[in-house]
Design a protein around this ligand. Structure first.
Ligand SMILES: NC(=O)c1ccc[n+]([C@@H]2O[C@H](COP(=O)([O-])OP(=O)(O)OC[C@H]3O[C@@H](n4cnc5c(N)ncnc54)[C@H](OP(=O)(O)O)[C@@H]3O)[C@@H](O)[C@H]2O)c1
Length: 261
């Protein structure tokens, strides 16, 4: 019998260089996606209940994490979904004027219990774990609060934690036709490298296609933990592509309309 769902369906998406890097040296943001891939990501965002990133990404990129409807050829309207924003910020380092704290969209910030209490800015604060936010508890909290599908966009530390923990149900990686080089640039999979073939993180590739001069690859990891909610509606190529008017987590306020990723 299938296990009862107790966590959201998790989708990991990011753009990387051909040598597996997510950004330039010292985490300087790299625009690796072209227009087509950026539009595809907006389709993904629009199809999920929430978008999650780590504190490192907020500090490096200051993303707005809103759906950029204009890239999908649509005018924003109240009928269109507004996915919530979720930030993993164990130490409470994310502070105003970070865009994710602008109060325009429902935002949940997970911190550990050792982080300073109630930081400034507009967000729902949830304290879990002693030093680092534990993913199982955070996922369960999100599920209990109505989030059934979650898009994990990065960065390196967060995607690695999700992949290594078996919390990714599907992935889509856009591989850009550039080489960045190793060193201080964050890799798709941070942490200790596999010592041999048995230690690699196996992926089942379900499809690929040329995009923006690079390649889009999608599929599922070989090891996935049970308990995921049903996936969002998938398009013909295996990932959610079209916005679903009227769906998504209801937010009390409209997006700010500020530009940015
Ligand atoms: N190419 C792309 O698609 C893409 C997308 C996003 C980001 N990026 C790039 O990625 C870089 C940021 O990556 P990053 O690794 O520094 O930061 P990150 O993955 O965004 O955030 C990592 C931080 O999240 C916090 N965290 C809390 N709970 C965690 C958990 N259970 N597992 C993992 N992390 C947890 C930790 O900091 P605390 O202990 O302080 O909480 C950790 O240092 C930037 O250079 C950005 O430009 C690229």
């Amino acid at each position: 019998m299938a296990r009862k769902a107790d966590r959201p369906f998790v989708w990991a998406n990011c753009a990387l260089s051909l040598d597996g890097r997510l950004a330039y040296a010292n985490g300087r943001p790299a625009q690796l996606s072209g227009r087509e891939d950026l539009a595809r990501v907006q389709g993904l965002r629009s199809a999920v209940d929430a978008i999650l990133v780590g504190s490192g990404t907020v500090l490096a990129d200051d993303p707005s994490l809103r759906v950029h409807w204009e890239l999908l050829g649509r005018t924003p309207s109240p009928a269109l979904p507004v996915p919530a924003r979720v930030i993993l910020d164990s130490r409470g380092r994310v502070r105003p004027p970070a865009r994710v704290l602008d109060g325009s969209i429902r935002t949940v910030v997970f911190t550990s219990r050792s982080a300073p209490r109630a930081g400034p800015g507009s967000a729902e604060r949830v304290r879990l774990g002693e030093r680092r936010v534990p993913l199982p508890s955070a996922l369960h909290w999100l599920y209990q609060h109505g989030i059934r599908s979650l898009l994990v966009e990065g960065g390196s530390g967060v995607i690695s934690s999700f992949l290594r923990g078996g919390w990714v149900d599907r992935f889509s990686f856009f591989v850009a036709p550039v080489l960045i080089g190793e060193g201080s640039s964050p890799a798709l999979l941070s942490g200790p490298p596999a010592g041999g073939p048995r230690r690699t993180l196996g992926l089942e590739v379900e499809g690929n296609k040329p995009l923006d001069g690079g390649v889009l690859v999608w599929g599922r990891p070989r090891r996935v933990r049970p308990g995921a909610a049903s996936p969002p509606e998938l398009g013909p190529e295996g990932w959610p592509v079209s916005p679903r008017p009227g769906k998504g987590v209801k937010t009390s306020r409209r997006p700010s309309g500020r530009d940015g990723a």
